[in-house]
Design a binder for this molecule. Structure first.
Ligand code: ZN
Length: 1015
């Protein structure tokens, strides 16, 4: 090792220059992370560049600073990032961009490595006297390129890419095998097919040029204060630092995350208007200064109670930008459009109302009109009314189904590319000709239940991903009952840290949209190897209880890995028919003789009956503990052989649903106990605090009625009102979050909805990553019991906290995307109808909250079976007239007389669609009368109403596919993007809209929105 001195000239984020002298140690051996290394570099345990590349790429510092997003394309392989460039990113671009680079370096799917060039004796170049920093950095990078070429003994050509033309000229012909070219030349020569990268490069470089040419105009905003001033101000309590959520009209910063002792701020601080927001964008971390009391304001928004003036402030600094990808729409050229000096600069309107308009420089101004485009913000100078950005890729024409679905995904940060080949190669193969088979060594380590236990599953019809199966039998001459819950052993196939695991973790959940789903795991696992299908051997994780046959008290619990073969793959209706003793044909018993068939049918029915008895007992036990009756929220997609969704199946009110659910709740509860006892500080649980338990109900009743019991406050004869309340409570609870036990005290573990002291998710590892984590914890707990080392299976409390935060975020995104896609289809349905004349636009609704100038309503299906969700928070607008509010009712007076609307009244609303060009369409509700809606004749399915609907929808579907064909012919360039994103097949609009009619899921969503607003 050689010691030298290194002089650093750092530019702080405040713009001050610092000269730092550091001791600098040089080594001969610094890992090169190349698979071709013959020099014994210690490349173990790290990502290594594969040997099959034609060349390595070494980007210059400025390229890494400005074009990192171009370097992020996976098609760019063999990229060597220099330590010099990484440090520059950290200093110049800040933590966020630096983390982005680090994530790229960690991403196993991207062939790039970090080389510590400044520690390598032969690649290091000390800065010369008078040498400019940029020149020196470029020399360092070039020196690295040369080092690689020599280190690999000329086996690999090295391409350095730089935007510095002088450097390209100077170094270009210095060494054979080391090429120095511009980014554009690189893309043109080496990646001619990658048009997305070419377009992105053009957009970024244009944005950079614009930035440079921008002359300082008059200031539109106050300058942000220097970092040290902000820091000191926050410390002294003069300023507060918060993450900014901007609401539609006024930015209201919640008290959450406020680190201040100032009692004025206990309820948060209001930031009103663009000037006070001072270039802060939704999601940014900002520092706020309070305005003098005389300038405080009240919050105002439609249909909310007016508030007194609150603490109001203005943004004085933005310590951290949290800009993401935004979907924007380029308005039509003839429309109202602020054009700046340069005609190539367009003002694009973000889909998300909370984001300001973004000025985008583009050479495709005409082509982008009316399209939804993904853009990124580059900067927002104080001289500019709008932030500057560049376009990343085009999603398609606004208003088209596929474009709108992709918009929903991107706006919710959902990234679901097709599973990569590298990932699929990790998994065992299975095909109809050569099905996967159980491994003998693995089987020997497992408890074999194939002959001893009658295992069966009960799922919605056509379910492919069978997460769970059940068994029940009598032991010890009938004095004991043995209940078994068997769950797909996903973690056997998905090793921690594997590519499949990383992708599953990134997704965190399977996403169900109204017309499609995006699986968390590849189909070979979710629909085959992990799925507990009938008649085949499968690995499972099991929980087996021995219960006293009389009292059903638990005598013993066993957890472990098993080998099962499900005998029956039942669906709910069939299982219920067996229980009811009706005629039911079990497919698995076809072709058997009558005697054998009857015997096996009796065995199966007996097992179902025993399960029902056990479940009723468990349920009664929980009810005593105060469990709330929940409306099922689960909806599963029903698929045909081609994996097209043929139906979305809501939970039906059959007892067997509750029976299966109860067994799963029981397994989740016992696994929660087990992992929490084994790892008191590192278990993943899912509690429901009492706050959420009551939120929805409080929304309905207000403070006064909250004290009354649910039963007394609600008319028990109105099933609709009862259902509404259950749905509201359930949806409030679905906002429950996962957490690590190390973070909270034990009294926080209670699940109030289920009345259980501990609860987690264990039973759906195929479609929830939380369950995968819990399976690993359970495995580790079993290992500890049996005296084995649990190894690294147990994450630290901190890592687990990070994981739970990620999963909670993705779950929120998933719920939001599902809600938005459902609304999208509802809007498609109602857009075709004229609310003035079409009776189908009228619906019955129930009032659940009275506001100053309106009511919030719940809209269930009307008599024709149509379902509509509420628009903005169930907002219901008055057509005309003066409005007066009393405590429990509201009256409107117009020329036609006075109408009164009371809490829990049924009223008639008219549903219409409000179209906006740049944002999502929204359903709009209008109160038509204060009487319940009486639809026309109640129609049975198959009657006239249905066939009309079918015709209507078929017409729509044909038009849609016609448009899709025209679109494909018109713009072939887009089809690649479209392919990239649509993982499932083009939706069958006809079947979808039929399902939208009946889906009970929909009402739920509106309610959760209200609950969220109250939270
Ligand atoms: Zn090496």
């Amino acid at each position: 090792m050689k010691k030298t001195e290194k002089i650093l000239h750092l530019k702080s984020c405040r713009g001050r220059k610092l000269r730092v002298v550091r001791e600098h140690y040089l080594r001969e051996r610094v890992p090169c992370y190349s698979g071709l290394c013959q020099a014994d570099c210690d490349n173990t345990g790290a990502k290594v560049l594969p040997g099959d590349l034609t060349h390595y790429v070494v980007p210059d510092v400025a390229v890494v600073l400005d074009y990192l997003e171009v370097l992020e394309f996976r098609e760019l392989r063999g990229v060597v990032f220099t330590q010099t460039a990484c440090q520059a990113v950290q200093h110049v671009k800040g933590r966020r961009q630096y983390n982005r680079l680090r994530n790229l370096l960690k991403d196993p799917q991207h062939d790039c490595v970090l080389f510590a060039n400044e520690f390598q004796e032969y690649s290091y170049c000390p800065r010369e006297k008078g040498e400019r920093q940029e020149e020196w950095q470029t020399r360092c990078v070039y020196s690295t390129a040369v080092w690689y070429y020599n280190h690999l003994a000329g086996m690999k050509d090295v391409v350095m890419i730089t935007e510095d033309q002088a450097a390209a000229a100077r170094y270009g012909s210095l060494n054979a095998g080391v090429y120095v070219i511009s980014v554009r030349d690189f893309l043109v020569n080496f990646l001619p097919e990658l048009t997305a990268a070419h377009d992105l490069y053009a957009a970024v470089s244009q944005a950079l040029q614009e930035e440079e040419s921008e002359v300082a105009e008059k200031k539109e905003f106050a300058e942000h204060l220097p970092a040290e001033v902000l820091e000191a101000g926050v410390k002294s309590g003069r300023y507060v630092q918060v993450q900014l959520p901007v609401h539609l009209r006024a930015g209201f910063v919640t008290a959450e995350g406020l680190s201040t002792k100032n009692s004025d701020l206990s309820w948060g601080v209001l930031v009103c208007g663009a000037k006070n927001r001072n270039r802060a964008v939704h999601g940014d971390v900002v520092v706020v200064e309070l305005l003098p009391r005389g300038e405080w304001r009240g919050r105002d928004s439609a249909l909310s109670r007016l508030s007194d003036p609150e603490s109001t402030g203005r943004v004085v600094g933005v310590p951290q930008r949290n800009w993401r990808d935004y979907v924007v729409t380029f308005p039509p050229r003839e429309g109202p459009q602020a054009q700046s000096r340069n005609t190539q600069r367009l003002l694009a309107v973000p889909w998300d109302h909370r984001i300001p308009k973004i000025r985008v420089s583009t050479q495709q101004a005409d082509a982008l009109q009316d399209h939804r485009v993904v853009v990124r913000i580059d900067s927002w100078e104080s001289s500019s009314l709008y932030p500057n950005g560049h376009s990343v890729r085009v999603l398609g024409r606004a208003g088209e189904l596929e474009t709108e679905v992709q918009t929903i995904l991107i706006e919710n940060g959902i990234h679901v590319p097709p599973f990569s080949d590298a990932q699929l190669r990790e998994l065992p193969a299975s095909s109809p000709e050569r099905p996967w088979a159980v491994d003998a060594a693995q089987a020997a380590q497992r408890r074999d239940l194939r002959r001893s236990h009658l295992v069966f599953s009960v799922d919605p019809l056509g379910c492919e991903d069978v997460d769970d199966a059940l068994s029940v039998r009598r032991l010890a001459g009938g004095t004991l009952l043995e209940l078994g819950v068997h769950i797909a052993d996903v973690t056997h196939f998905v090793a921690e840290g594997s590519l499949t695991d990383l992708e599953a973790r990134a997704r965190a959940t399977t996403y169900y949209l109204a017309d499609r789903r995006y699986d968390m795991l590849p189909a070979v696992l979710s629909a085959d190897l992990c799925s507990l299908l009938g008649g085949v051997d499968r690995y499972a994780m099991s929980v087996v209880w021995e219960l006293d046959a009389q009292t059903l008290a638990v005598e013993k619990v066993w957890y472990g890995r098993t080998l099962v073969r499900s005998s029956y793959q039942l669906h709910y209706e069939l299982a219920q028919a067996l229980l009811d003793g009706g005629a039911a044909e079990v497919p698995e018993l076809r072709g058997l003789g009558p005697a054998e068939r009857d015997a096996r049918l009796a065995e199966l029915t007996g097992a179902l009956e025993t399960l029902t008895r056990v479940a009723r007992h468990l349920r009664a036990h929980r009810d005593q503990g105060g469990a709330l009756e929940l409306e099922g929220v689960e909806v599963r997609a029903q698929l045909d052989e081609q994996r097209n969704i043929t139906a979305l199946v809501p939970r039906q009110p059959l007892e067997v649903h509750e029976t299966v659910a109860e067994c799963m709740i029981y397994a989740n509860h016992w696994v929660a106990r087990k992992i929490q006892e084994a790892f008191p500080h590192q278990a993943l649980l899912r509690p429901v605090p009492p706050r959420l338990h009551f939120i929805a109900i409080a929304t309905c009743f207000g403070e006064k009625a909250l004290a009354d019991s649910l039963d007394r406050a609600v008319d028990p004869r109105d099933p609709l009102v009862n259902r509404m309340l259950r749905i509201m409570a359930t949806s409030a609870m679905s906002q429950a979050v996962y957490f690590s036990t190390g973070l909270q005290s034990q009294d926080q573990f209670y699940h109030y909805g289920l009345a259980l002291d501990r609860y987690t998710h264990f039973t759906s590892p195929i479609r929830r990553y939380a369950d995968v984590v819990v399976h690993r914890l359970l495995t580790a707990a079993i290992d500890v019991d049996e005296g084995r080392d649990p190894g690294r299976a147990v994450a630290s409390n901190k890592d687990l906290e990070e994981t739970t935060r990620h999963i909670n975020n993705k779950n929120r995104a998933s719920q939001q995307a599902q809600k938005l896609s459902t609304e999208l289809f509802q809007c498609l349905y109602f857009k075709e109808r004229d609310p003035q004349s079409d009776q189908r636009c009228l619906a019955d609704a129930v009032i659940y909250s009275i506001r100053d100038n309106g009511v919030l309503v719940f809209v269930p299906e009307n008599r024709e079976g149509q379902v509509v969700a509420n628009g903005e928070g169930g907002l219901c607008e008055w057509q005309s007239g003066a409005v007066r509010r009393q405590s429990d009712h509201i009256s409107t007076t117009s020329s036609c007389g006075t109408s009164t609307f009371r809490l829990f009244d049924h009223i008639t609303v008219c549903v219409s669609v409000r179209s906006t060009h740049c944002h999502a369409d929204a359903l709009h509700l209008e109160a038509v009368s204060n009487r319940p809606h009486r639809g026309a004749e109640p129609k049975r399915p198959g009657a006239q109403g249905r066939s009309q609907l079918v015709q209507e929808v078929v017409r729509l579907a044909e038009e849609a596919s016609q448009q899709a064909r025209e679109k494909a012919a018109r713009r072939p360039k887009l089809s690649r993007e479209e392919r990239e994103f649509s993982q499932s097949q083009t939706p069958n609009l006809y079947s979808l809209l039929e399902e939208v009619r009946e889906l009970a899921l929909l009402d739920l969503e509106a309610v959760s929105q209200v609950a969220a607003a109250t939270a």
